[in-house]
Design a binder for this molecule. Structure first.
Ligand code: BJW
Ligand code: ZN
Length: 243
């Protein structure tokens, strides 16, 4: 197996997906067949789905809040914390996961590209996003204290734009890494490479001359675009990968 060399000239951008939380007991997206209660996830994870049936959407996220509150980070999360300690500002973790497990494990330089399951925001007013682990009772749609409008989960749904500040942070890091004169490495773990813009990061990194790695249990949709590929569970591979 190739090893990943992390030395004093290495810049490392990591992208994680649902597979990294699988060993903690969080079901992956495509593992569920992209279905929830027999309907496509897009029906509950889209602005159209929320407009049509906000109570159903809140039930979906309330159930996931309940489940995610009982799980714990695994050795894959912990390996990323150790790499960050070693590399400091030459490390950035972009995660598609909304379960907050990276932060709970101790990762600090984290961009939550698709939002956070334990945050809520107003659909209408400028009230800031707030921490919220509430499991709303069946059929309930919470309302904003400031303006009375419906509240929604702070999640990036299908067809919604990612926060431009998050994308900027990833791009800035990639630019600094690729022009540093050192080695710029991009490593994706536990992601099927099916959802954009995350699935396209590998192409940008290669254009910028970076080295690319994929750690995944099954072949990903964008597997062929990575130079190094290790098939396996992230909780087993990540802790032994770096030299
Ligand atoms: C393990 C493991 C173990 C298991 N160890 N591995 C370009 C082309 C075509 C379409 C588009 C495009 N650009 C944008 C789009 C539209 C869309 C999109 O990408 N659609 C695709 C389906 C084609 N993208 C968007 O809508 C994005 N917005 C956007 O681009 O705005 C601009 C725009 C607007 C309108 C039109 C066009 C552009 C936003 C995407 C946000 C996605 N959000 C979701 C839902 C969040 C809600 C929620 O969680 O409730 O985020 S989608 C869902 O997929 C979730 C995940 O974060 C995301 C990625 O999934 P991930 O993490 O890869 O998980 P899985 O389950 O797919 O894979 C797990 C993998 O792990 C598997 O491969 C296993 O083998 C592996 N594994 N155990 C290691 N132990
Ligand atoms: Zn409001």
């Amino acid at each position: 197996m190739d090893s990943l060399i992390l030395d004093s000239r290495t810049w490392l951008l990591v992208l994680t997906g649902a597979g990294v939380s699988a060993e903690s007991g969080v079901p992956t997206f495509r593992g569920m067949g992209g279905l929830w209660e027999d309907q496509p996830v897009e029906a509950v994870a889209s602005p159209q789905g929320f407009q049509k049936d906000p109570a159903l959407v809140w039930r979906f996220y309330s159930e996931r809040r309940k489940a995610a509150a009982t799980v714990h980070p695994n050795p894959g999360h912990e390996a990323l914390v150790a790499w960050e300690r070693h590399l400091g500002d030459r490390f950035l973790l972009a995660t598609q996961n909304i379960d907050g497990l990276h932060t709970r494990a101790g990762s600090q330089r984290v961009v939550e590209m698709h939002g956070n399951l334990f945050k809520t925001r107003c659909t209408q007013c400028k009230r800031p996003v707030f921490e919220d682990a509430t499991v709303y009772p069946n059929g309930a749609v919470p309302e904003c204290d400031a303006c009375g409008a419906q509240l929604r989960p702070h999640i990036v749904w299908f067809g919604e734009y990612l926060d431009p500040a998050d994308m900027q942070r990833i791009e800035d890091f990639a630019l600094r890494g690729s022009t540093s004169g050192g080695r710029f490495i991009f490593l994706a773990a536990g992601t099927s490479g099916a959802v954009y813009p995350a699935a396209g990061i590998v192409d940008h990194v290669r254009e910028a001359g970076g080295e690319t790695w994929l750690i995944n249990l099954d072949p990903a949709e964008n597997s062929g675009r990575f130079e190094h590929s290790v098939q396996g569970k992230s909780g087993q591979v990540l802790p032994t990968l770096a030299k």
